[in-house]
Design a protein around this ligand. Sequence first.
Ligand code: ZN
Length: 157
Amino acid sequence: MLAVLSGCAGGAGRELELEERWRPLRSVVEVSDLQARHRYTTIGEHVYVRSLRDFDAHLPPGSVERDALLLHEQVHAKRQLAQGLPEWLSRYATDPAFAWREERLGWEAELRHLRAHGRKVALEAVVQALLRYRTVVTRLPLADETEIRTWAAVVLR
Ligand SMILES: [Zn+2]
């Protein structure tokens, strides 16, 4: 958490307001010097990205892909605010089992939305993406490959 927050201190810039349906999320904020371990970092009511231009290019407004990503981040935002932001962030940053559970919930919302709208999602891409995750402070993988693969196969079945 500290690494993420200190990364935000310098360069908070442009901001994209989100529609009501994304509450409690309120905006996507560009933070140019964000140490983006993950491309999207949600803290409370805001999703932080390194470049809003890239965000718009990769996830065009109104696209299934943008909605899927925002559903994922909305899961994080709701659970952060329900549990208490400092508590959630500190556990997420240090406890791989906690971070893995939270990511499963986010990814499940994202993947189900993509599949419900006819998008083909490659199991291997999901596995490889999740294998790259590390807890922010303790730098631990969230789960081993077998566990990630088994979970992803069930969601994508
Ligand atoms: Zn996530």
